[in-house]
Write a protein that binds this ligand. Structure first.
Ligand code: COA
Length: 260
C-alpha cells in the first residue's frame, strides 16, 4: 500500500499506520481521510494483521486536528458532508474486527483526539496533549467527539474539555480514563507493541467478538447488550480455538490458536 500522506508497514502480525504530514502536524486533510479509509479497508481484509498501531510522524504531534485551511473554506453543506465522511472513517477504525492501538506521540487535538478515541486502546507519550479545541474556532467536534468523549470519560469531564477547548496532559488523560497508559516518549512504540503482542497471543475470533460485544453493546440497552453477549459467547463455543484454548488449559500447556 503506497500513499501520499500515510506510511504503512507490516511486521510480526502488526500493521503500522503512520500519518505523515509532519510539516502540518499531521492535520487531517481530505487526502489523509481518503487514504485512511482505503488503508483500513485493506487492513480489515488482511488476516496476517492481528492488531494495528496508528501513530503520527515526527516528535511533536499525533494529529493536530482536521485541516483548518480546508475547514475555513467550507459551505454548510460541505461541512456536514465532511463530518459524515470523517465519522465513517472513524467508525471503520472502531469496528475493524481487530484492535487498533493509538500511539499518541504528541498533540492529539480536535480530529486527532477523535481519531485516537475511535481506537480500541490508547498509549500516550508523556509529552502528549489531548483536547477538543473546536469551540475556539467557532466549531464543535465533528468526528464524533461529542459522542465518544462522554462515553469514555463521563459527561462532566467531557463537557469541561469540549466547552473550554483546553487540552489535558497525558497524565490527566490517564487519570480520567482517556488513555490506557502513559510512557516516556522513546518507549511509546515498544509499549504499544507490548500491548499488541498480549492481544495477538489470544484467540483471534474471541478478540473480534469481544470487541463487537463491547462496541455494539454500548449502543444498546443493557438487557439487549447482554443478549448480544450471550449470542457471541455461544458463537465462540463453535470455534476450534475455544476447544483448543480450554483443552490446553486443562492439559497445562500453551494454546495454539488458528483463528477458526
Ligand atoms: N490544520 C492545518 N494546519 C495546521 C493545523 C491544523 N489543524 N495544526 C497545525 N497546523 C500547521 C500550522 O499552520 C503550521 O503551518 P505553517 O508552518 O505552514 O504555518 C504548522 O502546522 C506547525 O504548527 P504551529 O502552529 O506553528 O506549531 P506550534 O507548536 O506553534 O503549535 C499547536 C502547535 C498544535 C498548539 C497549534 O498548531 C494548533 O493550535 N493547531 C490547531 C489545533 C486545532 O485547533 N485543532 C482542531 C481543528 S478542528
Amino acid at each position: 500500500m503506497a500513499y501520499e500522506t500515510l506510511l504503512y508497514e507490516k511486521r510480526n502480525a502488526i500493521g503500522y499506520v503512520t500519518i505523515h504530514r509532519p510539516e502540518k502536524l499531521n492535520a487531517l486533510n481530505r487526502t489523509v481521510m481518503e487514504e485512511l479509509f482505503d488503508c483500513f479497508q485493506n487492513l480489515q481484509k488482511d488476516d496476517e494483521v492481528r492488531v494495528v498501531i496508528l501513530t503520527g510522524a515526527g516528535e511533536k504531534a499525533f494529529v493536530a486536528g482536521a485541516d483548518i485551511n480546508e475547514l475555513a473554506a467550507q459551505t454548510p453543506v460541505e461541512g456536514k458532508e465532511t463530518s459524515r465522511r470523517g465519522q465513517k472513517v472513524l467508525d471503520l477504525i472502531e469496528n475493524l474486527g481487530k484492535p487498533v492501538i493509538a500511539a499518541i506521540n504528541g498533540y492529539a487535538l480536535g480530529g486527532g483526539c477523535e481519531l485516537a478515541m475511535a481506537c480500541a486502546l490508547r498509549v500516550a507519550a508523556e509529552n502528549a496533549r489531548l483536547g477538543q479545541p473546536e469551540v475556539k474556532l467557532g466549531l464543535i467536534p465533528g468526528y464524533a467527539g461529542t459522542q465518544r468523549l462522554p462515553r469514555l470519560v463521563g459527561k462532566c469531564r467531557a463537557l469541561e474539555m469540549i466547552l473550554t477547548g483546553e487540552p489535558v496532559t497525558a497524565q490527566e488523560a490517564h487519570r480520567v480514563g482517556l488513555v490506557n497508559q502513559v510512557v516516556p516518549a522513546p518507549e511509546l512504540l515498544a509499549a504499544a507493541e507490548q500491548l499488541a503482542q498480549k492481544i495477538i497471543a489470544n484467540a483471534p475470533l474471541a478478540v473480534k467478538f469481544a470487541l463487537e460485544a463491547v462496541n455494539h453493546g454500548m449502543e444498546m440497552s443493557e438487557a439487549e447488550g447482554q443478549f448480544l453477549e450471550a449470542t457471541l459467547f455461544g458463537l465462540c463455543c463453535t470455534t476450534a480455538d475455544m476447544k483448543e484454548g480450554t483443552r490446553a488449559f486443562l492439559e497445562k500447556r500453551p494454546a495454539k490458536f488458528v483463528g477458526k
